[in-house]
Design a protein around this ligand. Sequence first.
Ligand code: AMP
Ligand code: MN
Ligand code: MN
Ligand code: MN
Length: 275
Amino acid sequence: MQIDLHTHSTASDGRLSPSDLVARAAEAGVEVLALTDHDGTDGLDEARQSAHDAGIRFINGIELSVTWNKRTVHIVGLNFNPDYAPLRAGIQSLQNFRERRAREMADKLEKSGIDGAYEGAKQFSGGKMLGRMHFANFLVDAGYAKNVRSVFKHYLVNNKPGHVTGDWATLEEAVGWITGAGGVAVIAHPARYKLTRTKLRKLIKDFISAGGQAMEVVSGSHDVNEMKTMACHADDFDLYASSGSDFHDPAFPWIKLGRLAALPPKCKPVWDLFL
Ligand code: AMP
Ligand code: MN
Ligand code: MN
Ligand code: MN
């Protein structure tokens, strides 16, 4: 069964509308799909309707931004009630931070000679939630860099002209909003944080203490070795294993929607909790 439990749409920093994303997933043979936009659930209704029409099983999803030990970590939520009031309030606070951060990013870029970044990024976000990807799209379009990868490297990461620090949700808050809403919390792309083994295991312990139940083992941003390592960690901590592409944009050829390796044999599939 083709299952993809980590994808993005124009409701955050993805390139396709929720319905176009679902159509593409259906074409790729995906049978179970979660839409997991950053810090918001605005795309879920459209995606659920399109998935219903296409005969795909749809799972409510979100990818929450968390600050843990001064680092940004992403926590995916699956199969939750999007109307749960504390989750709604949490999303609102994350969106408020995004707006403040976007204005600060534009101010900093202006100081380094790049005008109009706020309005430019807003055009790429369609007036919706602003993320670094929208700034990246603007900067590439305006000729400051040749592609999204290099624009991140030169402008949008720590110690670069468009980078702004600040606090997202705490790990306890994010996991609490998801589990309170009846969902399953999942550590997103754990290998991407480049944590030492000790720090990663500390993250997993803190996550479990907060009520987290799963981690991504198969991910579009994991190589085969990382997948194997993460399968061992999941096994050690008796966590469920998830699988998701982290698809954003058909123009990023290195990540394909619904083209994922099978979970390693010893893994407990997270979808056993809701399918
Ligand atoms: P934000 O949550 O607004 O800080 O933006 C984070 C998003 O930016 C991630 O979800 C990715 O979509 C994208 N991103 C982060 N780092 C990179 C990178 N080095 N290259 C391309 N995209 C990136
Ligand atoms: Mn993203
Ligand atoms: Mn992420
Ligand atoms: Mn993602």
